[in-house]
Ligand binder design. Structure first.
Ligand code: UGA
Length: 444
């Protein structure tokens, strides 16, 4: 059944959700107060790099299933379902989430909202936020609004597939009308056999932060093993492979390296700790502080390794391969690669950053750092190369060709993504996190 769906907030989450639901055949109205963003979307592009999304947007625009506007009006207000997709960034004053954009979204919607419309939050929020939002909205309308929570689990880089074919759909509702409408919204997906978990609203809010906390913990677990492996003469990459064969552990999210970043995992574990403190159960998730500390120590380890080889970093030319927080995105928010680059810069190194997609964002957010769009020019005269984001372009690069460009054949593999044998055969000194690679004498 075709539904009219309002998508409020057209950042990563909202834009992907809008395109995905239009692709599923629903009538989508995307709303965002940023007129520049609306103009880009109307021209058939998304304002960030996400594989496949531009093409899908062009397709749904041509089909007439989607349109965009900067404000709510009677037409958008009458949507069957309004999906709240605005950002919930870390608050400027503490570790908690800033939920003000959600309240503002409801204020704009309230004058046009119909009684039968269902509002479902998709943004990641501290547990209890939906209750506050519903109470806020109830003061602005003369009926009891249908309010639900429907967390999203998409990953940057595979956002569209994750939305169209997710592992599961989670619906948090407290009235049968909301549940019925949301089930209809997802029917094209559940018809494919995707499981749907129908639960209460606080549980749905918690599911999302619990999932991201678990993922962050898994990464920090293997990175903690890397710390031990480094002093014990062991190899954390092989250790991850060996424990990952146990189905109860699984081999996903056990890649050791400079750790997790991005717009979600870091801020979500901080916000979860902050909310748990407010609820008087901070001790229950006290381990998340450790998860973050392990994550930050891995970044510093790269600098230590560099110093062990080069001594003072002052004036050394350090080439960062990668700036994005992971491959297939141009997102540099809380990126481990950028944190490492900043530490080299603070140590006086002459840092130059290359990335296939993220350099525009780097220049905007880190104007003091040097960037270079051309991999070979960037490598010219390098004293040290650091692989910080495992883009295919770097994994496939020819170490023999790169060796001719640098001053010093020294590479730190911050993602354990390079073929150590190939690089060594090209006479590179290869250092890696969590592995005690023999330090070979590098021939001139
Ligand atoms: C994450 C979750 O995976 C999504 O399920 C969730 O919907 C999303 O946050 C969100 O809350 O919106 P995303 O931030 O796109 O998705 O990135 P991930 O694929 O989770 O990677 C996060 C970070 O962990 C990256 O920096 C990546 O390099 C790092 N990572 C990942 C590792 O260091 N090791 C691994 O084994 C896996």
């Amino acid at each position: 059944m075709k539904l009219k769906v309002g998508i409020i907030g057209l950042g990563y989450l909202g834009a992907t959700t809008a395109v995905a639901f239009a692709k599923l055949g629903h009538e989508v109205i995307g709303i965002d107060s940023d007129s520049a963003k609306i103009a880009i979307l109307e021209s058939g592009r998304v304002p960030f790099y996400e594989p496949g999304l531009d093409e899908a947007l062009v397709e749904v625009l041509a089909q007439g299933n989607i349109r965009f506007q900067t404000t709510q009006d009677a037409n958008s207000g009458s949507a069957d379902i309004h999906l709240l997709c605005v950002g919930t960034p870390q608050s400027k004053t503490g570790l908690g989430a800033d939920t003000s954009y959600l309240f503002a979204a409801l204020d704009s919607l309230a004058p046009f909202l119909l009684e039968d419309s269902v509002i479902a939050g998709k943004s990641t929020v501290p547990v209890g936020t939906a209750k506050e939002l519903k109470a806020h909205l109830a003061q602005k309308v003369d009926f009891e609004p249908h309010f639900a929570w429907n967390p999203e689990f998409l990953r940057e880089g595979t956002a569209l597939q994750d939305t169209l074919l997710p592992d599961r759909i989670v619906l948090g509702t407290d009235d049968s009308w909301s549940e019925k409408m949301l089930r209809l919204l997802y029917e094209p997906i559940t018809d494919l056999g995707v499981p749907l978990v129908s639960i209460d609203i606080p549980t749905a809010e918690l599911v999302k932060v619990a999932a991201n906390s678990f993922l962050a913990t898994k990464i920090s677990f293997i990175n903690a093993m890397a710390e031990v492996a480094e002093v014990a003469g062991a190899d954390a990459v092989k250790l991850a492979e060996a424990i990952g064969y146990d189905e109860r552990i699984g081999n996903k999210f056990l890649k050791t390296g400079i750790g997790f970043g991005g717009g979600c995992l870091p801020k979500d574990i901080r916000a979860f700790s902050a909310r748990a403190e407010e609820l008087g159960v901070g001790h229950a998730v006290g381990f998340l502080r450790e998860v973050e500390e392990i994550n930050l120590r891995r970044r510093t380890r790269v600098i230590e390794l560099a110093r062990e080889e080069l001594g003072s970093l002052n004036g050394k030319r350090v080439v960062m391969l990668g700036a994005a927080f992971k491959p297939e995105t141009d997102d540099v928010r809380d990126s481990p690669a950028m944190a490492v680059a900043e530490q080299f810069w603070s140590a006086g190194a002459n840092v130059v950053i290359h990335d296939p997609k993220a350099l525009e964002n780097v220049r905007r957010m880190y104007p003091h750092l040097e960037t270079n769009d051309n991999l070979f020019d960037a490598m010219d005269g390098a004293d040290l190369v650091v692989l910080a984001t495992e883009w295919r372009e770097y994994r496939d690069a020819d170490p023999i060709q790169l060796a001719k460009l640098v001053t010093n054949r020294l590479v730190i593999d911050g993602r354990n993504a390079l073929d150590v044998g190939d690089w060594r055969a090209a006479n590179w000194q290869v250092l890696a996190l969590g592995r005690n690679l023999e330090r070979l004498p590098v021939l001139a």
